[in-house]
Design a protein around this ligand. Structure first.
Ligand SMILES: Nc1ncnc2c1ncn2[C@@H]1O[C@H](COP(=O)(O)OP(=O)(O)OP(=O)(O)O)[C@@H](O)[C@H]1O
Ligand SMILES: [Mg+2]
Length: 602
């Protein structure tokens, strides 16, 4: 069942392991050598005990060595005991090879997986991003990927190594004495069952723990993001308590996971001790009855205690695997989310747009919401400057979202330059649009870098010029480092109007074929607003501009005003015409005259 569920993840993992077949094979050699050295370890002592001290005959294969052992026992002892050192050194060398190689594969896995996740997230729909907590995604990209690091390369090889060691030990034991091997084998199914049960419990617990950790990360992110709000509403203590509660839940779950882990090791130890007890008891009896040599008993008990190590490792690996599976499931949730059709790459490159916009019978509702736009039709001709007016929640920003292809209408078609915008390559199409959003979104980078976000190759002169057009140059020049001032995240050190003017500069700088402005002058003083309106008129001459307006102060500068009401076009015409007609636009205008902005916003 998990294999089916983790389809994307396993495909990714398989690809990665296949690309690293060479190092993996070398790692397997390392682990094989390690296992062989582990098997050889007790043998020098056995030979010393049985064949040098007790002078028992060697097996026929080594008959020729018997003379040498007998005639020079001291030398043989020196040689055989040195073999212990050599075996240890060889074992260390092989282990180093394996650990080094698998760690590299593991780190590369994390690196590639993070890239893949980040790339995939860039392509997922805005509805996905709106419905997901950023902090949880952050936890998935950073910590869940690192959980996987140790497991899938080194873990898999270690598993192989331990299995090899165990199989080798069993084989040697069978050759030495079948009955002894049987005693050891009795404990094995018991151990396997224990490990499997622990794995299942561990996985459940690890999944809950990872989820809780994601929730804690998301909470931290949100509170830090909204610190001014928390402070203004004096919610610090409440937030602390909420955080403490969430963190405590994570703590409980972590402790539970640790307990499962500890129980795993101890259980394996106990089962193992039981095996050793049986083997020593029966082994000693067999030696007493001369069915086996004391050297055999030595190898036997050495193996049984050595078995404990790979088994304990297996138990530990099983808890590691359970954590990794929980993380893999969380990562799969992202990978399995299909990239949004609206964000599809490929399609026609529209080149320079003429700016002929047509909404043809468009009906749209946000996922799970009621219809925002109902059978909406309108057309904006190339080069026309149009203002979009309407009460709050009327669907003005939604029109901008649809035009940007952030969302797909449920029915109807949006055409630009006569073509359904779904046919365009998303990136190439959006490159033609200059956008100023209702929220001023800026990066924690320098002012110049922020301004050139849509045109990285812009020269400083171009940037300054664009800033002059949007009445931003003066305040930028007055900043401590001018255009090289580093903004904090969300540009919290700037005023709302300043931020808005930066966003406007960013849009102007692109010289877009289509300018889309959502309330660009809402937080700007009257003088700057007037300058900005003049700039829009000058810069967009011959190019289309669509502006969502709340202030009705500069409406006479637009060729046409579209008025939206209940998701439909209520009326359309020039500012003067609409005022004269005394329809919905006139009502909005009156409200604003009487009550100011707030009344409209309400
Ligand atoms: N991402 C979203 N998911 C679900 N519903 C949304 C989303 N964005 C907006 N809405 C809903 O769609 C409707 C129209 O919103 P929209 O943002 O287009 O209004 P608006 O005309 O721009 O309003 P304002 O003047 O206040 O900016 C509102 O009822 C709003 O609740
Ligand atoms: Mg809006």
């Amino acid at each position: 069942m998990p294999q089916r569920k983790l389809r994307r993840f396993t495909a990714f993992l398989r690809g990665h392991l296949r690309a690293n077949l060479g190092p993996l094979a070398l790692g397997a050699v390392g682990i094989g050598g390690y296992a062989a050295a582990e098997l050889l370890a007790p043998w020098p002592l056995k030979v010393i005990l049985d064949h040098v001290l007790l002078q028992k005959p060697l097996p026929t294969l080594f008959h020729r060595l018997e003379g040498a052992l007998r005639s020079r026992p001291e030398f043989s002892i020196v040689l055989l005991s040195s073999a212990i050192l050599v075996i240890a050194a060889v074992k260390g060398g092989f282990a180093y090879l394996q650990v080094f190689l698998t760690s590299r594969i593991g780190y590369e896995l994390v690196h590639k997986l993070r890239q893949e996740l980040f790339r995939h997230l860039q392509r997922l729909s805005l509805s996905f991003h709106h419905g997901t907590r950023a902090g949880d995604l952050l936890a998935k990209i950073t910590s869940d990927t690192s959980v996987l690091k140790d497991v899938f390369a080194s873990g898999l090889l270690e598993l192989l190594g331990h299995a090899l060691t165990l199989a080798g030990m069993c084989a040697v034991l069978i050759v030495l004495n079948g009955r002894l091997a049987l005693i050891a084998a009795v404990t094995l199914p018991l151990l396997c069952w224990t490990i499997f049960t622990i794995y299942r419990r561990g996985k459940r617990s690890a999944r809950r723990q990872r989820e809780r950790e994601g929730r804690v990360a998301a909470h931290i992110g949100e509170v830090l993001h909204l610190t001014p709000l928390v402070r203004a509403f004096a919610r610090e203590r409440l937030e602390e308590e909420r955080f403490a509660k969430e963190s405590a839940e994570t703590l409980d779950e972590s402790i539970r996971t640790a307990r499962v882990e500890a129980a795993a090791s101890r259980t394996v130890e106990l089962v193992n001790a039981f095996g050793v007890w049986a083997a020593v008891l029966f082994g000693a009896l067999l030696a007493l009855w001369r069915e086996i040599t004391p050297g055999d008993l030595l190898v036997f008990s050495a193996y049984l205690s050595a078995m404990y190590k790979p088994l304990r490792h297996l138990a530990k690996l099983s808890t590691q695997f359970s954590k990794a599976m929980a993380s893999a499931e969380r990562i799969e949730q992202i990978l399995a989310t299909e990239a949004d059709d609206a964000n599809r790459v490929g399609g026609i490159d529209p080149g320079c747009l003429r700016g002929d916009i047509e909404f043809d019978n468009v009906t749209f509702s946000y996922p799970g919401g009621t219809p925002v736009l109902r059978n909406l039709s309108f057309r904006i001709l190339p080069g026309e400057h149009v203002a979009l007016a309407g009460g709050s929640g009327a669907g003005k920003s939604t029109i901008a979202n649809l035009l940007l292809r952030f969302y797909q209408p449920q029915s109807g078609v949006i055409r630009v330059d006569g073509k359904d915008i779904r046919e365009f390559d998303g990136e190439a199409y959006r490159r033609q649009i200059g956008l100023v959003m209702q929220d001023s979104l800026l990066f924690g980078a320098t002012v110049a870098e922020n301004l050139a976000y849509g045109k990285p190759e812009a020269t400083r002169a171009e940037i300054e010029n664009a800033a002059r057009w949007s009445a931003a140059h003066d305040f930028i020049a007055a900043l401590p480092n001018g255009y090289d001032t580093i903004l904090t995240e969300r540009a919290a050190t700037l005023s709302g109007g300043q931020r808005q003017r930066l966003c406007l500069t960013r849009a102007f700088l692109k010289r877009p074929s289509l300018l889309l402005l959502d309330e660009p002058t809402a937080a700007v003083d009257a003088e700057s607003a007037s300058l900005i309106h003049q700039s829009i008129a000058a810069l967009q001459r011959g190019r289309t501009a669509l502006m969502i307006a709340h202030h009705f102060t500069h409406m006479d500068q637009f060729d046409r005003v579209l008025v939206l009401r209940n998701g439909q076009l209520a009326e359309s015409g020039s500012h003067a015409e609409l005022l004269h007609r005394k329809g919905p636009y006139w009502e909005l205008f009156q409200l604003q005259q009487i009550h100011g902005m707030e009344a409209v916003a309400r």
